[in-house]
Design a protein around this ligand. Structure first.
Ligand SMILES: [Mn+2]
Length: 303
């Protein structure tokens, strides 16, 4: 039977590099992806001349599946069933119920790429140069250059060790990568909310949260009317109880939360404090959906 390794829908750099690196570790497995690459991930694969995993177009339903960088049912590629999952390697909160025992490795660490690097190390297996570069990019992307509150001292140590093999000029590389991350090439304001979009079950509520990490938040702010329109459409199309969109300013380490309705406004102001202005709530020192946005919203909506 075929063994596939796959990251979440609307894949980001961490989820794609983790699938590739783990496939290189696990003989007889193939990395595939659940969606199109974003501009940052394209840049990374171009830069290192790495082969992009194939898009999983039609799952047969009999593959053995390893999930990387996600474990939430709503984030699994279409066509795959939870019963096919034999292993999960991740760094998000556990949100999945399985029908049978599976292998599970989840760590509170900055990236799934960090966990994969640990797997290589524990096995005493040498990391190939290209894989080291990809993993390092995954860590630097997910941790916003080791500055996000999700970053641990272990991530920093792993990044240092990986760079002994990867030999990147980190400062220069991060600059280029963040430029690619912020690039709106080929992305309309209608599509921007879906670039890094995830749905969550919070109590009885279905909540959609999109994130756009950028060095240039003004470019989005200038077109906020279109962003609000597309949020309203997404909310009704997906049958959501709440929808939020965060523009994360990577340089200043703040976020602007876009708020479309009275329900969202009341919830966001209660949970994060402050008053929204022109339907945008400024969140100081908040940059991480998984660590700073999802937990307090879940708590408020589960009570
Ligand atoms: Mn990740």
């Amino acid at each position: 039977m075929k063994k596939i390794i796959i990251g979440h829908k609307n894949p980001d750099t961490d989820s794609i590099v983790s699938s590739v690196a783990l496939a290189s570790f696990c003989e007889g497995s193939e990395a595939v992806r659940a969606g199109d690459l974003n501009n940052e991930t394209k840049f990374v694969f171009d830069k290192f001349g790495a082969i992009v995993p194939k898009l999983l177009k039609k799952a047969k339903g009999d593959e053995n599946v390893i999930l990387v960088d996600h474990n939430e049912a709503s984030q699994i590629a279409d066509g795959l069933k939870i019963s096919q999952v034999e292993k999960i390697i991740d760094h998000h909160k556990i949100a999945m119920e399985t029908q049978k025992p599976i292998f599970l490795r989840v760590e509170p660490i900055g990236s799934t790429a960090s966990v994969i690097a640990k797997i290589y190390k524990e096995a005493g297996k040498k990391i190939p140069g290209k894989i080291a570069k990809l993993l390092l990019a995954g860590i630097l992307s997910d941790t916003l250059n080791l500055a996000s509150p999700t970053t641990t001292s272990e991530d920093k140590q792993i990044a240092k060790e990986l760079n002994k093999v990867a030999k990147l000029d980190i400062k220069k590389f991060v600059q280029e990568m963040f430029k690619a991350k912020s690039s709106l090439k080929g992305i309309s304001m209608r599509e921007i909310i879906g670039q890094d979009y995830k749905e969550f079950e919070m109590g009885k509520n279905k909540v959609g949260i999109g994130v756009w990490e950028t060095t240039d938040p003004e470019t989005v702010d200038a077109k906020k009317k279109e962003v609000f329109d597309s949020l309203a459409k997404k909310k009704s199309d997906a049958g959501l109880d709440y929808i939020f969109f965060l523009v994360v300013d990577i340089i200043r380490q703040n976020s602007s939360m876009y708020i479309i309705g009275e329900d969202e406004k009341a919830l966001a102001e209660k949970v994060f404090g402050g008053k929204s202005e022109d339907d945008i709530l400024t969140l100081k020192n908040i940059v991480s959906r998984k660590k700073q946005i999802v937990p307090p919203l879940t708590e408020a909506l589960t009570k």
